[in-house]
Design a protein around this ligand. Structure first.
Ligand SMILES: *Cc1c(COP(=O)(O)O)cnc(C)c1O
Length: 378
């Protein structure tokens, strides 16, 4: 039924297929029958298969079972959900927090709860697809500002007029470029123009600001008009997402976010693992320090062989290629050498690239091997 469309995708080198892992996430993964060095995971702290996480998940399963059976409003949530929300609020220095089933569900559910027809949304041009979809669903007018450009944001805020609510949305760490939004300038503008500020901390949680995310990284105190969204699925090695903010914003979201209202609560074992992850991130600085050391080492290694990581400031290290075919060729060549680092193509990004993510779980030898092979085949 879609053969023509699929053929066209293939001709454009935009057809995608799935790879299935035969192991847990980690520095080394199994695909097919072979082992690969893994530079594709967002498991930045190496928590996804950590024994303490597995134990927490198992304990939660024994006590609360696996399936949660209903949405939160119909008692699908357990005491663990409530505890995780209190702990998340404390972790983010916010009044309250709410758990969502995924980051995608959080953005597509919350944004339409916060802005509607007659309101204005100001969105960075490189914001994550789930934010773009949330903006579309909201029915609010969305004004897209140039990437990390506060001057352009201000021009749009000024032009936007004073009617309705205003919502400024930005990733704190951009997922395909690894650069950091100027949250200090953006927060100052949001305050000056009376806008709500919505920060997507998916890649900052566990990584920036002692693990507490973008606001902490910039030393900005949470305010009632700032909503911090983040995920448990990346550096925290678990699954699901959260929003942290003022009590009334969270109460409003509980009542209005459709992805929260009309979806079954996360299983207790997932919540148990997320609680353990928060605990580990709070007390274990070593993982973050190793992540940072690995990031510096790999960035230097790439620079040494003439590859520039496009201004990345985080463990997401993109390597730009001359085009889509070049990205696929480089990724394929790496794969033949036992390294998994995927090509990222439109529509995910405008500029094709290899996206390398480094983790605290990588050894120096593994990073050296990646650089050595890249040097040989680039
Ligand atoms: C991954 C990601 C999401 C989606 O989170 P999931 O839990 O994977 O659904 C949202 N926003 C950003 C910036 C992301 O990188």
């Amino acid at each position: 039924m879609f053969d023509k469309e699929i053929k066209r995708l293939k001709q454009q080198h935009l057809f995608r297929t799935l790879l299935s892992r035969g192991s847990s996430q980690g520095a080394v993964i199994v695909i097919g029958r072979k082992k690969y060095l893994n530079f594709a995971s967002n498991d930045y702290l190496g928590l996804a298969a950590d024994p303490e996480m597995l134990r927490a998940a198992g304990d939660a399963a024994c006590r609360y079972g696996f399936g949660s059976g209903a949405s939160r409003l119909l008692a699908g949530g357990s005491l663990l959900h409530d505890r995780l929300e209190k702990e998340t609020a404390a972790f983010k220095s916010a009044e309250a927090a709410l758990v969502f089933n995924s980051g995608y569900a959080a953005n597509t559910g919350m944004i339409p709860a916060l802005a509607a027809e007659g309101d204005l949304i100001f969105s960075d041009e490189l914001n994550h697809a789930s934010i773009i979809d949330g903006c579309r669903l909201s029915g609010a007018r969305t004004l897209v500002y140039r990437h990390k450009d506060p001057a352009h944001l201000e021009a749009l805020l000024r032009k936007g007029g004073r009617k309705g609510r205003r919502l400024v949305i930005t990733d704190s760490v951009f997922s395909m470029d690894g650069d950091i939004a100027p949250l200090d300038d953006i927060a100052a503008l949001s305050r000056r123009y009376g806008a709500l500020l919505y920060i997507d901390d998916a890649h900052a949680t566990g990584v920036l600001g002692n693990g507490r995310g973008g606001l902490a990284h910039f030393g900005i105190d949470p305010e009632p008009w700032i909503i911090q969204m983040g995920t448990f699925s990346k550096a925290l090695g678990s699954f699901g997402a959260f929003a942290a903010g003022s009590r009334d914003v969270i109460d409003w979201i509980v009542n209005k976010a459709r992805s929260f209202l009309f979806s079954t609560a996360l299983p207790a074992p997932v919540i148990g693992a997320s609680r353990m992850a928060l605990q580990i991130v709070r007390k274990d600085r070593k993982r973050r320090e190793k992540l940072q050391a690995n990031r510096v080492m790999l960035t230097d290694g790439l620079r040494r062989i003439g590859l520039d990581s496009m201004g990345s400031e985080t463990p997401i290290l993109p390597v730009r290629t001359a085009g889509i075919e070049a990205a696929l060729r480089l990724s394929g060549e790496l794969f033949r050498h036992g390294i998994y680092a995927p090509a990222i193509r439109p529509p995910t990004v405008a500029e094709p690239r290899i996206r390398i993510t480094v983790s605290a779980g990588h050894t120096e030898e593994q990073l050296e091997k990646l650089v050595e092979i890249l040097q040989r085949i680039q």
